[in-house]
Design a protein around this ligand. Structure first.
Ligand code: S0N
Length: 274
């Protein structure tokens, strides 16, 4: 049975819960009526929460999930889909879920998808782009795009293929079948499967274990795994983090100090590692 945890509200939103517990920022899509399908408002709110997670020094690991015990997320809300995308409150069509995918990918902290039911369409892509997926036994996975007039040929296809292989990724998109949690585990689409009533305990246990480890090491591993797939943009992110590490050295500080003190820098004092 799930342990009772006192999740503290970080910020109130309309479509999501955004909560904190012992180093974990939890984002829960709260649209059970629509199998937690997202509309532009939902996506704006997830995006803002992810921005807060990135900046908040208390948060080391992020968990993304859906409310209730039926769905993680059923993708874009088809009720608000119009020409050019999903119609926002101001009448503008948006596909802003792609920004959220990028935020998850470049988040310098682990992001865990806690999949508690259907992960379908754009909801399936959301779990795919998370670093880790922990699924309940009742979870169902699949893409529907070619059936319902949409597709995600970006990370939803390419990163899916990197994760489970080209043949299986093509099958998922071409056939639009649904897969059980056991099948998902078998194909390497998820990391583990547990009974629904143990899902949060298991997810929190994974998050706690990650928090025992060096955050900088986890950050660099994530960036390195991304960089291999992301070409120059992956390299840009990786290099940005290498620069961050360099700034922390005496060697880099000597360069800056010499400039400010209007003298020639002395880099000879620093070790040259083999
Ligand atoms: C999830 C499914 C399989 C659950 O089936 P179940 O349990 O039989 O429930 P239902 O009776 O079907 O659903 C219960 C109520 O929930 C509503 N609902 C479910 N999903 C949605 C949804 N996505 N949008 C709006 N409403 C939804 C049902 O209508 C029902 O309501 P009532 O009671 O009033 O009838 C099943 O529900 C299902 O298959 N859902 C649809 C899944 C789907 O096709 N999603 C959209 C897929 N496309 C995307 O997500 C694309 C978005 C995207 O990420 C993207 C990315 C890159 C580039 C472009 C895009 C893009 O936006 O196109």
């Amino acid at each position: 049975m799930t342990e009772e945890r006192q999740w503290e509200t970080i910020k109130e939103f309309e479509d999501i819960f955004f909560e904190y517990y012992e180093g974990i920022g939890k984002i829960t899509i709260n649209r059970e009526r629509y199998r937690n399908a997202f509309r532009p408002t939902t996506v704006h709110e997830i995006s803002e929460s992810l921005r807060i997670c990135r900046e908040d020094k208390r948060i080391n690991v992020i968990v993304l999930t859906g409310a209730g015990d039926t769905a993680f997320c059923a993708g874009g809300d088809q009720n608000v889909k119009g020409e050019g995308g999903y119609i926002d409150k101001d009448g503008t069509p948006r596909l802003n879920i792609l920004e959220v995918q990028k935020q998850i990918r470049s988040m310098p902290k682990p992001v865990i998808a806690m999949v508690n039911g259907f992960a379908i369409g754009g909801g399936h892509v959301l779990h795919v782009v998370c670093d880790i997926t922990i699924a309940s036994e009742n979870a169902i996975f699949g893409q529907t795009g070619p059936k319902v007039g949409s597709f995600d040929a970006g990370l939803g296809s390419s990163y899916l293929a990197s994760t489970i292989g080209q043949k299986k990724a093509r099958e998922i998109w071409f056939m639009c079948r649904q897969y059980t949690a056991a099948e998902a585990l078998e194909m390497g689409l998820v990391n583990t499967v547990v009974p629904l009533d143990q899902l949060e305990d298991e997810t929190v246990a994974w998050a706690m274990k990650m928090q025992e480890h060096s955050p900088l090491a986890l950050r660099m591993i994530k960036l390195g795994l991304n960089a291999e797939l992301d070409g120059q943009l992956g390299l840009q992110e990786f290099a940005g983090n290498a620069t961050l590490l360099y700034y922390l050295t005496q060697e880099a500080q000597e360069g800056k100090n010499a400039f400010l003190e209007k003298r020639k820098p002395d880099f000879s004092q620093f070790p040259k590692f083999p």
